[in-house]
Design a protein around this ligand. Structure first.
Ligand code: ARG
Length: 485
């Protein structure tokens, strides 16, 4: 990017200091909004011409120039100059070079304040779709893994102590459930993002007979933002985006942590494919779960971006303040981080090797059937608290004697509770799992239905994502076609 100073129109007698340009410029990062900036301008100029605010001839020249600029940017021929300050002024400067004074009419009835708010929203709605697609893919990989291992039992944990046997499919489905809520949150946010601030001008609206709804329609947006002051200064949509991504990362980091644990020799439940693990530069025997660790670790930067933007917007007076220029980099980085992880995760999950034997053996150890023994006593009429107490003492006895429940004789059992010798003991981890056939439980039949239901819900979401993408693509293709304005 080349340098140079800027002369700010008639009010100023000298150009800005070179260091001010450096500080002030957002071009190094907001050039990422170039495509949306141009599409927004195409919609704006189309409306200006239709409303008779600029002559049709000039509007045509502007539209043609904008299309050329987009091509230059896409072919990486566009020269970005730091002195242009930001993407909006950059495009306008180039437009003047291409078509001359008519370029000066594009910024009629518009300010960079409503312009940047529009660009960011147009960019973000596609970012939401991208994250949504990644979550769908990841959920599908989890569902496939669950389906392939419907007959695998592992110990479920609380406090990271073996608790009760679970179906692996049920465990994996828990993540699908979290991600389903993440998708729902993003879908809802999409509706709030997809509203046009254009026409708000600097903050008060503009003294021209504009048609805001028409601009929104051209851009396939769902309507306009009502209050001009709010429209140019609101960034809660970006906060929400970061919050939603932070929650996605919180969920993925939990999965990551389990994968790290499970791949350790201590657990030995899974092994990563070589393509999704790394070696050590000194210890030849090592196979490290770097991908899962980065999945866990990168949550930090996404959380940080949320806190950063909250701090930027807190206490800002209405309406636009230059502080708001700080809204973009964190959001861009959050998207890049999450989108990449969501692309790595599905193939990593699909190539995971599951050691069913290790999982099963672990599920049998640690007295994971103790609750079920207590429940059997309850079914024989014993109050649950008494049953809990008796089985607790039984477990302590087994640990001291080095025995399992199955190895106890009737005369040993009755020492802990008279009914213990009469009841039917759950013998295997499958007994425990099969006993929980109700909605939300780990019973195999219920789990199969839950997987199926999630699959259908995901297909519905995938269709929605596709429809929205298509709606945007069609609107943009129209704006870029020769018939506009
Ligand atoms: N680069 C600016 C931003 O990102 C664009 C808006 C500038 N508006 C202004 N009044 N200086 O926020």
């Amino acid at each position: 990017m080349s340098g140079g100073s800027k002369l700010w129109g008639g009010r100023f007698q000298k150009p800005t200091h070179e260091l001010v340009d450096q500080l002030n410029a957002s071009l190094p990062f907001d050039r990422r909004l170039a495509r949306h900036d141009i599409l927004g301008s195409l919609a704006h100029v189309t409306m200006l011409a239709r409303q008779g605010i600029v002559p049709l001839e000039d509007a045509r020249a502007i539209a043609q120039g904008l299309r050329v600029i987009l091509q230059e940017i896409q072919e990486e021929r566009f020269v970005f100059r730091l002195a242009d300050e930001d993407i909006h002024l950059s495009v306008e400067r180039r437009l003047r070079e291409l078509i001359g004074p008519a370029a000066g009419r594009l910024h009629t009835a518009r300010s960079r304040n409503d312009q940047v708010a529009l660009d960011f929203r147009l960019w973000m709605r596609e970012a939401i779709l991208e994250v949504g697609e990644g979550i769908v893919e990841t959920s599908q990989a989890l569902l496939d893994l669950a389906n392939e291992h419907r007959d695998v039992v592992l110990p479920g944990y609380t406090h990271l102590q073996r608790a009760q046997p679970l179906l692996l499919a049920h465990h994996l489905h828990a993540y699908v459930a979290m991600l389903a809520r993440d998708l729902a949150r993003l879908q809802e946010l999409y509706r709030r993002v997809n509203r046009s601030p254009l026409g708000s001008g600097a903050l008060a609206g503009v003294p021209y007979p504009i048609d805001r709804a028409f601009v929104a329609e051209l851009l396939a947006m769902d309507g306009i933002l009502e209050n001009s002051i709010d429209a140019v200064s609101a960034r809660d949509f970006a906060l929400e985006f970061l919050a939603d991504l932070a929650i996605v990362m919180a969920h993925l980091s939990r999965l990551a942590e389990e994968l790290v644990l499970w791949s350790s020799s201590e657990f030995g439940f899974i092994e990563f494919d070589d393509a999704f693990a790394t070696g050590s530069s000194i210890m030849p025997q090592k196979k490290n779960p770097d991908v899962a660790e980065l999945l866990r670790g990168k949550s930090g930067r996404v959380f940080g971006h949320l806190m950063g933007l909250l701090t930027v917007v807190k206490g800002l007076p209405l309406a636009y303040n230059k502080d708001l220029q700080e809204d973009k980099e964190g959001v861009f980085d959050a998207l890049d981080t999450v989108a990449l992880l969501l692309r790595v995760l599905p193939p990593m999950l699909r190539t995971l090797r599951i050691d069913r034997g290790r999982m099963h053996t672990a599920a049998e150890q640690g007295f994971t059937l103790a609750t079920d023994v207590a429940d059997a006593l309850v079914r024989a009429g014993v109050p649950f608290r008494d049953a809990h107490e008796a089985v607790g003492r039984l477990v302590a006895y087994c640990i001291a004697e080095g025995k399992t429940f199955g190895e106890l004789a009737a005369d040993e059992l009755v020492r802990f509770h008279p009914r213990l010798a009469e009841i039917v003991f759950p013998r295997t981890v499958w007994d425990a799992v099969r006993a929980r056939e109700h909605p939300g439980g780990t019973g195999p039949e219920h789990v199969a239905r839950a997987l199926e239901a999630s699959r259908s819900e995901l297909e519905r979401t995938a269709r929605w994502l596709q429809q929205e993408r298509q709606r945007i693509d069609e609107a943009f293709a129209r704006l870029l076609s020769e018939e506009f304005p």
